[in-house]
Ligand binder design. Structure first.
Ligand SMILES: Cc1ncc(COP(=O)(O)O)c(C=O)c1O
Length: 437
């Protein structure tokens, strides 16, 4: 059936119909492109379109589709061993853990591997509770940590994710993330009270005694919440608060990790070492692999059997992860993202002066967001229309933000400069057309 459908001239339409019939409507798609092949920064559709991919499967294919080093590693492993789970030890699992430890901040030196970002977050929270003997967890509004029950309870980027699905995990408290563009009135050279930790201190004073808190979980650069870059003082201040009260700091690097922000991990910009770090997405460049990396002291509070997984540490996914990390180091991918990101940000900041609807341009490396506003109100329609226009012009960009009014750019970190420019040209034309009315 699939070959027949692919060959028909209306192939995309046929697949869309079958999708609507067979696939859960829960998937909320960014486009109706029907993609069956990809290479580098290009998606190829069943009806012959060649689409520039500035979404990377939501921050996953950071090395571009089918990076040859990853393809080679996967091919070799496929012919050797796929899966043993906890029935035995696996050299490839050890190699993947060693590779991860070699790039995470010093002191984060033991790993638990699983399959998705949400699972990594669940593991982080379980470990924090186990290690501290405490129950409460502090998270931030605008956060996205996944869709399983624990992770969804921490997620606070859209109320619709929760509608009709409670009750949720007990012991979770949200305070505001320092999204200065939306929440703050202080001048840019003044200290941000949210970044200073005022809301957390208030929580401690009024509702949650600090010695009941197991962990603070934070995205060092908020992803789904709108590509929000916090003030530089924020992470160091969280570290201080945690140290003062014996609280563990969990950094969720699921979207911001693996070179995306111009450093291997976003926390590297601040020098802050979390106690537990969650990784996923780009670790396998498209194969499902995720995990937590923690200090020995914290990880060793888990005894055998206190956490587990069937598929986590699958040998093929581990082979991909080792190749991803080696390639990122040898091709100096974080540095590349930093350099390309600077020129993209410079170009986009010019739009802020030119178009009143471009409220803010922000990001680090090649994780860049453009927030659209109509006066003081979020302009969701403008962002959505621009996204749709881009897809029509064969450029796939995504939106994000608590109001879905941010266009986010997540091109492959390996993208050629000419392709990057071409994508930005298309985006600029679409912004101009939309804002011309
Ligand atoms: C920061 C962050 N954490 C966790 C997740 C959940 O990851 P997954 O969809 O692999 O469960 C995401 C997914 O977008 C994310 O951006």
């Amino acid at each position: 059936m699939s070959d027949v459908a692919v060959r028909r001239p209306d192939a995309a339409g046929v697949w869309r119909e079958r999708d609507a019939e067979l696939v859960s409507p829960a998937y909320s798609r960014y486009s109706d492109l029907v993609v069956d092949r990809a290479l580098g920064a290009h998606l190829f559709t069943v009806d012959g379109r060649d689409v520039l991919d500035f979404g990377c499967g939501i921050g996953v294919t950071n090395l571009g589709h089918l990076h040859p080093a990853v393809v080679k590693a996967v091919h070799e492993q496929v012919d050797r061993l796929w899966h043993t789970s906890v029935t035995s030890l696996s050299p490839m699992l050890v190699e993947a853990c060693a590779a991860l430890v070699s790039v995470t901040p010093d002191g984060l030196d033991q790993v638990f591997l699983n399959n998705s970002g949400a699972e990594a977050v669940e593991a982080g929270v379980k470990l924090a509770r186990r290690a501290t003997g405490r129950t409460e967890i502090i998270a931030f509004t605008g956060a996205f940590h996944g869709r399983t029950y624990g992770a969804m309870t921490l997620t606070a980027s859209k109320a619709k994710y929760r509608e009709g699905m409670g009750p949720f995990l007990p012991g979770v408290h949200h305070v505001r993330y320092p999204h200065c563009f939306r929440y703050c009135t202080h001048r840019s050279d003044e200290e941000c009270p949210i970044a200073r930790g005022d809301e957390i201190e208030n929580l401690f004073k009024t509702t949650v005694p600090p010695d009941s808190v197991a962990a603070i979980i934070v995205e060092p650069l908020q992803g789904e919440g709108g590509f929000v870059v916090p003030p530089r003082s924020f992470l160091p201040r969280l570290r201080e608060i945690c140290d003062e009260h014996g609280i563990l700091l969990i950094c969720d690097e699921v979207q911001s990790g693996f070179g995306r922000t111009g450093r291997f991990f976003c926390v590297d910009h601040s020098g802050v070492r979390p106690d537990i770090m969650c990784v996923a997405k780009a670790l396998g460049n498209g194969l499902p692999i995720a995990g937590i990396v923690a200090t020995h002291a914290v990880m060793s509070t888990w005894q055998p059997g206190e956490h587990g997984t069937t598929f986590g540490g699958n040998a093929v996914a581990c082979a991909a992860a080792v190749a991803v990390i080696e390639t990122m180091r040898s091709e100096r991918i974080p540095e590349r993202a930093a350099n390309l990101g600077q020129s993209v940000a410079k170009r986009l900041r010019g739009w802020k002066d030119e178009f009143s609807a471009v409220g803010d341009v922000r990001g680090l490396g090649l994780m860049i967001g453009i927030e659209f506003m109509r006066g003081h109100e979020p302009a969701t329609d403008i962002a959505q229309n621009i996204q749709r226009r881009c897809v029509e012009r064969d450029l796939l960009v995504l939106t994000c933000g608590i109001d879905d009014n941010v266009i986010r750019l997540l091109p492959p970190l390996t993208i050629g400069e000419d392709e990057l420019d071409r994508g930005l040209d298309i985006l600029e034309e679409c912004v101009r057309k939309e804002l011309a009315g």
